[in-house]
Design a protein around this ligand. Sequence first.
Ligand code: F6R
Length: 610
Amino acid sequence: MCGIVGAVAQRDVVDILIEGLKRLEYRGYDSAGVAVVDSQNKLHRVRRLGKVQELSDAVQNEPCPGGTGIAHTRWATHGAPSEANAHPHLSSDNIVVVHNGIIENHEELRGKLKTLGYVFTSQTDTEVIAHLVHHEFKSCDTLLSAVQLATKQLDGAYGTVIMDANDKDKFIVARSGSPLVIGYGLGEHFIASDILALLPVTRRFAYLEEGDVAEITRQSVSIFDENGNAVEREIKESDATHDAGDKGEYRHYMLKEIYEQPIAIRNSLAGRIIDDSIDSDVFGNNAEEIFKSIEHVQIIACGTSYHSGMVARYWLEEFAGISCNIEIASEYRYRKIFVPKNGLIVTISQSGETADTLAALRKAKDLGFKASLTICNVPGSSLVRESDLCFMTKAGAEIGVASTKAFTTQLVGLMMLTIALGKFNDVNQEKLKEHTQALLTLPNKIDEVLAIAPRIEALAEDFSDKNHSLFLGRGRQYPIAMEGALKLKEISYIHAEAYAAGELKHGPLALIDDDMPVIVVAPNNELIEKLKSNVEEVRARGGLMFVFADVDSNFVSDETMKVIDIPHCEIGIAPMIYTIPLQLLSYYVAIIKGTDVDQPRNLAKSVTVE
Ligand code: F6R
């Protein structure tokens, strides 16, 4: 949420900053801005409402020469999207600030700063940082100390970069709750919310930790922890490729990412299954010792990641014989929790930076869970660093705001966790082997499903004039119905709801008419006959059905029901397989409706605010 890029170099940096913003646009795209200090200490600031391209065009007419600069792409929290609210914000024409996060005590600070004579020009919480730093700087020798004093007064979350236009070749960065990563170049340094922004200029990165403040110049990086002590943060070489953020020949990132699922899953499996078995070491060095004693799993996550956790609850109880609860992180973090004996807290997250999930993990750790594990796609992210164990999904960069390949690779990680935990319980070990073998067949099976894309594209026409839809599934497929509904609503803006099919008669059946398409997920499993009865209940009331069904499950198309055959698959991998056609369906419906598929309205990826 909100993207930050900064650079301090001998060369002009504006192109680096704009390219970085384009690569971070998935984090927010309602307005963007850049500020650069030139060799005469002159500040050039350009801001625009709308996407980064607007800013990029504006910079062609209003050049921003200079070697030190910061830039920002915004996802509005305080104050509507507008040029005045776009970052960077200024105090007294020299202190320049970009910020990701929310300053919770901004009203109180705003009041105090106003009495000190500061005039606010925006409605943002960020502007208080600019004025506060300016105020503290009056009684400090260095910008670094001014920022250290100012950040002590901030409540809430921030990743912020602050420049003084009177002192070029330097900026100060501070992190509390919102990620920032330093990029190391040759005689130049960079800062960003995500390494993706900096891949064109460096591969060497160090993540700031909570409470860190750093002074970054062309030649040096000096980092201080929350107590002001000088600290080192490990510099790591990233193996992400420069083109990680490219769309290639695809029309949208989302489509590219849907088609990348076979390779993403192959990468997530590679080297992790040996002789039909999954070594606990895949989750960390001491995972085996921890897994042996685990009696309960508590999963916390948000959005799509929450849906993968819902599938895992079925798997863990059924296949691994271990009790499991799952809860939305934003609920979990604020309620009284009963801590189970020998409990494992599992967080699931693409970004590893979701504010609610991170806060819920911290709470669970404080409450005394035996151990924590995260299933995550971003190495070095906060959830990875703060968990005892981790399973890194190898989905690669996911840029489309609607999560696709992150979801199916999370499911792979969760199935591996199920198998690894099941080893220590009194469950059918042969069945676990079957699930392990099935995982290896998954990439090819997904390729088979992707081959039916033209059929799904044709089907999408039936949805383009609809305002509502209902998704149905049972058991392990109920969360897949929920994920299908989420995908459709977020990118096509069609209202979509998911129900466990058995729940229909308890209310939602009243909604059924010929204007309400009903999408059914129907693999051939132990619940298929029950599901068929639910389908008949809808049909009897005039509903128009779209059934994604196993070729063997004997659904027949007629004027009220379109059946889309899905290749037969083992029950353990069915949730991943049935996700694919639902992703494709939402994509094609969105294309017909002409929405912004990769950057749907009001949304952003990596939700680092509450
Ligand atoms: C939906 C989507 C979101 C995220 C949610 C959690 O397509 O992408 O619902 O799944 O914001 O994000 P992560 O997985 O990064 O914690």
